[in-house]
Write a protein that binds this ligand. Structure first.
Ligand code: 0O2
Length: 269
């Protein structure tokens, strides 16, 4: 490859990250809709910039002609979780797809094998097939799975590393080590109250879903022109919502469902 047509080369990488973004977010949504704890908190994707690809190639002595063959994190997906336990659930979700819509090439557990820098994360390198206008392309992609605490530390350390270009002053290095230790402790402590946090979140999620359902049912009355009923239910809902009793909200929604059945409006979205 003499001259790299970057736009053409990087296009399928963007397509791969876009597709994976949708797939992982869909898993998250499924958990939320089923009122279960989602091990996925946040999905972020990026395609390395040309500058960053060239910098890595230079650092690793990779010739231009071998860039796309040898650099496996040009496409990147980062999944942030609340708890360390969730990371391994996400790992399992990915393993379950191995041989289906992706192929796992490598796994690196930097959580049980923390890097000397203090970096912790779980990395999975996959091969992901995309169908572009010019045909099928198999794209390598690095999925980084970490907790919010790990992510906080890694993003700060990454920017300092970038700033000092490998020559981090000793006092900063020591501080980062201490921060890595603190982030590890935070994850461990959070892990001990995981069940309690998840239960609380489930209650909040249940209430959110219920409120969404109620508002949809009230809105449907508007769509079929039942303005008086709509206003009456709306007022009743505001009072009940302020009261905050979830059982009463459930009963209220049942009443709305009966109304929906009478008017045959349950199909309206
Ligand atoms: P960016 O900007 O995040 O893409 P190498 O990249 O040469 O160190 P390798 O074999 O490509 O090593 O993969 P490895 O070790 O799995 O690291 C790939 C990515 O993990 C890095 O990409 C970082 O995102 C992250 N990472 C690895 N080690 C550290 C670390 O000590 N600190 C932080 N903050 N991140 C780390 P890039 O290309 O370095 O950067």
């Amino acid at each position: 490859m003499s001259i790299i047509n970057w736009k053409e080369e990087l296009f399928p990488y963007k397509q791969a990250t876009d597709e994976l973004y949708i797939k992982f977010n869909s898993i998250k949504k499924e958990y939320i809709d089923l009122e279960q704890h989602s091990p996925i908190e946040l999905v972020q994707t990026r395609v390395k910039t040309i500058g960053s690809i060239l910098e890595k190639a230079n650092r690793r002595d990779i010739p231009l002609s071998k860039i796309f063959e040898n650099i496996e994190d040009i496409a990147g997906v980062r999944i942030t979780c609340k708890f360390v336990e969730d990371i391994y659930k996400v790992v399992q979700l990915i393993r379950d797809r191995d041989g289906k819509d992706l192929v796992i090439k490598e796994e690196e557990d930097y959580i049980n094998n923390t890097k000397s820098s203090g970096y912790r994360s779980y990395h999975i390198t996959i091969k992901y097939e995309v169908i572009t206008a010019t045909g099928v392309k198999v794209i390598p992609c690095e999925i980084q799975i970490r907790t919010m605490a790990m992510n906080f530390w890694a993003t700060i350390e990454h920017s300092l590393r970038y700033k000092y270009n490998g020559n981090m002053p000793e006092h900063l290095r020591k501080k980062l080590e201490a921060c890595a230790e603190a982030s590890f402790k935070l994850d461990t402590e959070m892990g001990t109250i995981r069940e309690e946090i998840i239960e609380t979140q489930k209650i909040i999620q249940k209430k959110d879903n219920l409120v969404y359902e109620i508002l949809k049912n009230i809105q449907n009355l508007y769509y079929i022109g039942k303005m008086e009923e709509m206003n009456q239910f709306n007022r009743e809902f505001i009072d009940l919502y302020q009261e905050g009793d979830i059982e009463k909200l459930y009963k209220f929604n049942n009443k709305l469902q009966v109304m929906a059945n009478i008017y045959k409006i349950d199909h309206i979205q």
